[in-house]
Design a protein around this ligand. Structure first.
Ligand code: OXD
Ligand code: MN
Length: 601
C-alpha cells in the first residue's frame, strides 16, 4: 500500500484524507486543477470498503442516491439523472488532435489550444462549494502488459461510486502507478449539467480527457468510452494493439474444448445478452462464460495469435428488456451491489422497467420521479436506463476475466440490427475481406445515443462514435494488424434481427444464438462445410442445429440465410454514403473489396 504523504493545499481547501501518491506528475497536475477548480475540499479515493460506505451515506443524505429495498436488493441504490442528460451525446464529443485531418471526417474536431481555453474557462471556480475527488483506476487486470492507468478528477460522487464498480480503483491503481508510471489524465466537472455547456473532449496527443456539463455514465466514467475506446484506439495504433467495442466470451464444449470469441455490435444491440447467454437444453453440457460485455483490448501474442483482455471490472448495461428469459445472468448480476439509473421506483423500494418479469406495478414513480401507472402514456423507465454492477456478480463470469495474459481469440464477429438484407451468419473470405465487412457494418439506431431511433446508420466495427482518430487510418491499422498475426482470428458477420414480410423476427435469438456460435467455432476449427456466396462463406441450412427449437419453423432457415441480390445492390449503394464521406482517407484495399463484392453480386 502506498504511504500517505504531505500535500500542501491552498488554505481555503480542506482535505478529507492524505495524498496516497508520491507521483510528482500527478501531484503537480492535481495542484494545478485545485487552483483552477477551487473546490472546498479534496478527497483522494482509496477504493476501500470504508470509503464506499462513507461516500454512499453522503450520496444518500444529499439525495443523489436512494437506498433500495435491502431485503430484495442488498447493496443496491437508485439514481435519477437530470432529464436533459440521459445518453451519450455525439455532437458534444470532440477529438482534439493537432490537425483536423488526424481526427478525420467522422469526428467532431477542435484545435487543442482552442478547446483547452474554452473548457478551462468554463471550469474556473467550477468546484466552489463542492468536493473534488481524485480517482486512480486501472483499465485491465493488475499486472497485465495491456493494462493502462487513469487518474480522474471529478466533482460527482455518483461518478466515484460508479467508477468503483466499473474499474479496479484506489490503492491497487496508486500502487501500479508508482512514482513515475504513465497515466491518462481525466478531468470531469458536472458544471450545471447544461446541454449548452456539455463537452466531452479528447486530446490524444496529450493523453488527456476533459468532460464537462454531464453526469451520464458514457460521458463521465472516463475509463470507459473515453479512455478504453477513444484514447485506447489512438494508443493502440501507435503501440501495435487494438481497442475495440467488443464483448469477449468463452465457449466450452461438453468435451472441455474452450474457444474464445470477440464480437462487435453497435450500442444496445445485445452485446451484454450475447456475452452472458445461457445455452438451451439441446446444448446441455455446453458452457458460455463472460470475459467482457463491451470493450476488448487485443494484442498479438508471441504465438502469433490475438490475445484479448476486458479492461473493465463491471457492466454498465441497458436495463429495459432485461428479464429472466432474455438475460438471466444479467438479472443475477444486478441483484446486489448495483447502482440503477433512470429505471422506475416502486413503493416498496424495488425497481421496475419495461420488459421486466411479471406484471407492471399498479403504481410507481417513473424515471423522472412522476407518478406512473400502467395507464400512463410515457415509459416508466427511460429506454436507456442502466445498471452498473460489478462483474464479480455474474454467475457466468469466466475466471480468465482477471487473467493478465488475456485470452486467444479464434473468431471476431461483427453484427448489427437489420430487419432485412443481412443473413443470419456468414464468414468473410479472409482478413482483408473481414475488415471490409466490419467497415461497412450498419445498424438500426437505438436509444443508447441521442438520435433518430430505427434509421439504419453505418457504424464501422461499431466504433463510429468511439474511434479516437481518423477512421480511414483506423481501417489501415486493422489491415496492418494482419501482418503481426501468424494465426489471425476468422471474421464473421451475424444478424439476429432479420424479419419476414409480416415483420416477425425470423430467428429466436438470445440463448439460441449458441447454435450459430457453434457453426462459427466449427468453422474456426475446420470442422464444418460452408458454401460460397457473394457475401462470403455461408452455412448450409442443415448445418445450423435447429433441433429442440420450439419457436422456429425449420423452413424459415432458408429465408433467414437468404441473400437477396436486389437488396444487396441497394445495400452497396447505401454503404457508399459513408465511404464517400471518407473517400480520400480510405485504404485502397477496401475500395478493391467493394469492387469484388459488386462483381460477385
Ligand atoms: C454503451 C454504449 O453504453 O455503447 O456501452 O453506448
Ligand atoms: Mn458500448
Amino acid at each position: 500500500m502506498t504511504q500517505a504523504t504531505q500535500f500542501h493545499l491552498p488554505p481555503s481547501v480542506k482535505k478529507s484524507n492524505d495524498c496516497p501518491t508520491e507521483h510528482a506528475g500527478v501531484r503537480a497536475w492535481v495542484f494545478e486543477m485545485i487552483q483552477l477548480l477551487q473546490p472546498d475540499q479534496i478527497h483522494w479515493c482509496d477504493g476501500t470498503d470504508v470509503e464506499k460506505e462513507n461516500l454512499t451515506r453522503q450520496a444518500v443524505d444529499a439525495g443523489i442516491l436512494i437506498k433500495l429495498n435491502q431485503e430484495k436488493l442488498p447493496g443496491c441504490y437508485y439514481h435519477r439523472s437530470n432529464p436533459n442528460d440521459v445518453a451519450r451525446v455525439e455532437e458534444c464529443t470532440f477529438i482534439c488532435t493537432r490537425t483536423k485531418d488526424e481526427a478525420g471526417p467522422t469526428n467532431n474536431w477542435m484545435a487543442p489550444e482552442a478547446m483547452y481555453q474554452k473548457l478551462y474557462g468554463m471550469c474556473r471556480g467550477a468546484m466552489k462549494g463542492r468536493t473534488m475527488y481524485v480517482i486512480a483506476y486501472l483499465m485491465g487486470p493488475p499486472g497485465s502488459p495491456l493494462t493502462k492507468i487513469g487518474v480522474e478528477i471529478t466533482d460527482s460522487i455518483y461518478v466515484v461510486l460508479s467508477m468503483r464498480v466499473m474499474t479496479r480503483m484506489g490503492y491497487v491503481a496508486w500502487d501500479q502507478l508508482g512514482v513515475d508510471g504513465s497515466y491518462t489524465k481525466g478531468l470531469h466537472s458536472m458544471l450545471d449539467v447544461n446541454p449548452q455547456r456539455r463537452f466531452i473532449a479528447h486530446f490524444p496527443q496529450d493523453n488527456m480527457i476533459i468532460s464537462v456539463g454531464s453526469n451520464y455514465g458514457g460521458n463521465v466514467l472516463l475509463g470507459k468510452k473515453c479512455l478504453a475506446l477513444r484514447l485506447g484506439s489512438y494508443l493502440g495504433r501507435d503501440e501495435g494493439w487494438m481497442a475495440e467495442h467488443m464483448l469477449i466470451l468463452a465457449v466450452e464444449s461438453p468435451e472441455g474444448e474452450k474457444t474464445y470469441v470477440a464480437a462487435a455490435f453497435p450500442s444496445a444491440c445485445g452485446k451484454t445478452n450475447f456475452a452472458m447467454m445461457i445455452p438451451p437444453n439441446r446444448f446441455k453440457g455446453w458452457k458460455i462464460t463472460t470475459i467482457g460485455d463491451d470493450i476488448a483490448w487485443m494484442k498479438p501474442g508471441s504465438d502469433g495469435r490475438l490475445y484479448a483482455i476486458n479492461p473493465e471490472a463491471g457492466y454498465f448495461g441497458v436495463v429495459p428488456g432485461t428479464n429472466s428469459k432474455s438475460n438471466p445472468n444479467a438479472m443475477l448480476s444486478m441483484a446486489k451491489d448495483t447502482i440503477y439509473t433512470n429505471v422506475a421506483l416502486t413503493p416498496d423500494g424495488d425497481v421496475w422497467w419495461e420488459g421486466k418479469d411479471g406484471e407492471p406495478p399498479k403504481e410507481c414513480l417513473d424515471w423522472k420521479g412522476n407518478r406512473w401507472t400502467p395507464a400512463s402514456k410515457e415509459k416508466a423507465a427511460h429506454p436507456n436506463s442502466r445498471f452498473a454492477a460489478p462483474m464479480a456478480n455474474n454467475p457466468a463470469l469466466a475466471p480468465e476475466a482477471n487473467s493478465p495474459e488475456g485470452v486467444p481469440i479464434s473468431a471476431i464477429i461483427f453484427g448489427g440490427r437489420r430487419a432485412s438484407t443481412m443473413p443470419l451468419v456468414f464468414q468473410a473470405f479472409n482478413w482483408i475481406h473481414g475488415v471490409y465487412v466490419g467497415a461497412t457494418m450498419g445498424s438500426e439506431m437505438t436509444a443508447a445515443a441521442a438520435g433518430t431511433v430505427g434509421q439504419v446508420r453505418r457504424d464501422p466495427m461499431a466504433m463510429l462514435p468511439f474511434c479516437g482518430y481518423n477512421m480511414g487510418d483506423y481501417f489501415s491499422h486493422w489491415l496492418k494488424m494482419r501482418k503481426l498475426l501468424k494465426n489471425p482470428p476468422k471474421i464473421f458477420h451475424v444478424n439476429w434481427f432479420r424479419r419476414n414480410a409480416e415483420g416477425k423476427f425470423l430467428w429466436p435469438g438470445y440463448g439460441e444464438n449458441v447454435r450459430v456460435l457453434k457453426w462459427i467455432i466449427d468453422r474456426c476449427r475446420g470442422r464444418v462445410y460452408a458454401g460460397e456466396s457473394p457475401l462470403g462463406w455461408m452455412p448450409d441450412a442443415k448445418d445450423i442445429d435447429t433441433e429442440g427449437l420450439t419457436n422456429f419453423n425449420p423452413q424459415d432457415m432458408e429465408e433467414v440465410l437468404s441473400v437477396d441480390i436486389e437488396d444487396w445492390k441497394r445495400e452497396v449503394l447505401l454503404q457508399d454514403e459513408l465511404f464517400y464521406k471518407m473517400y480520400s482517407d480510405l485504404p485502397k484495399e477496401l475500395l478493391f473489396q467493394r469492387e469484388l463484392l459488386i462483381a460477385r453480386l
